[in-house]
Design a protein around this ligand. Structure first.
Ligand SMILES: [Zn+2]
Length: 280
């Protein structure tokens, strides 16, 4: 596949239309004096098992949305065969995508925040430390206008709890040991089998430590020896996990990985998740 690093949001939308997909409008935002119309695609609405796919939260991870367009026909054909419904948000943050920058053109930050944990003492945190207990959870409105529209659309969705959720991201920088990893929340043996398949496409990142700050609270976590991070971080995937979605994954590939491999990695995740949610 041709490496289309300079694809614009408009071209992405046209790409789906050219393949014959019907785009469903769910809102519009004004950024950089432009109006961006936001779209999702629903495939096989009559089937009962749903895989929700989101991508393009972070604009510098542009091969997320571009890879999804590249593999979409194959993903749809597989969903038809397996009788799965796909609900797909093709590019969450279009102005960030056009500018190749993490947040939207007005810089509204932490756009993947969906809910917070209330820990002992009533404090709200986005990221739970390993095995940290919590008292309750609470939904939060995203600071980013396009994500607010997504939240509104997704939470009043006709299919309230998808059986599977795949959020397609990428990692820019700070990835020293490989090019592929994934955020998951449970089911290590299931996802290990999938990591074995991904290993044949690109090098898995292993034992890579990282941390994040929330105010003065520092949380350490790491990509483990198998390329997995188990982290409750208040994102869309974590939210649906708490709502009861069974299979929840964030796919991560290095932004330096060639598009062809990013496509292969994400297609494996989509097919394997479809298999898991439709398993009798
Ligand atoms: Zn990201």
């Amino acid at each position: 596949m041709e490496d289309k690093k300079d694809m614009t949001y408009q071209e992405l939308v046209r790409g789906y239309r050219a393949k014959g997909y019907k785009l469903k409008y769910y809102g519009k935002v004004k950024e950089s004096r432009r109006t961006y119309r936001l779209y999702k695609i629903v495939i096989n609405p009559r089937y009962k098992k749903t895989l929700l796919i989101t991508t393009g939260f972070h604009g510098e991870e542009f091969n997320g949305p571009i890879s999804l367009l590249g593999i979409f026909d194959e993903a749809v054909a597989f969903a038809k065969t397996m009788r799965a419904r796909l609900v797909v948000y093709i590019c969450i943050n279009p102005s960030g995508f056009d500018l190749h920058q993490r947040y939207n053109a007005s810089g509204e930050k932490q756009n993947n925040d969906f809910f917070r944990y209330i820990i002992k003492g009533g404090k709200l945190v986005g990221i739970l430390r390993k095995d940290e207990p919590f008292v309750a959870t609470t939904l939060v409105a995203s600071p980013a206008k396009e994500v607010k529209l997504l939240q509104k659309d997704i939470l009043k969705h006709v299919y309230p709890v998808p059986h599977g959720v795949l959020d397609i991201h990428q990692q820019k920088g700070n990835l020293k040991t490989g090019d592929v990893f994934a955020y998951v929340l449970d089911r290590r043996p299931t996802y290990l089998k999938i990591m074995k398949k991904l290993e044949k496409i690109a090098k898995i990142a292993r034992n890579d430590p990282t941390f994040s700050w929330e105010g003065r609270r520092k949380t350490f976590y790491r990509i483990d020896a198998d390329g997995l991070i188990f982290l409750h971080d208040g994102t869309i995937t974590d939210m649906f996990y708490r709502f009861g979605s069974k299979f929840v994954v964030t796919s991560e590939t290095n932004t330096t990985l060639p598009l062809e491999q990013v496509c292969q990695i994400n297609l494996i995740w989509i097919k394997e998740l479809i298999k898991l949610i439709t398993k009798k």
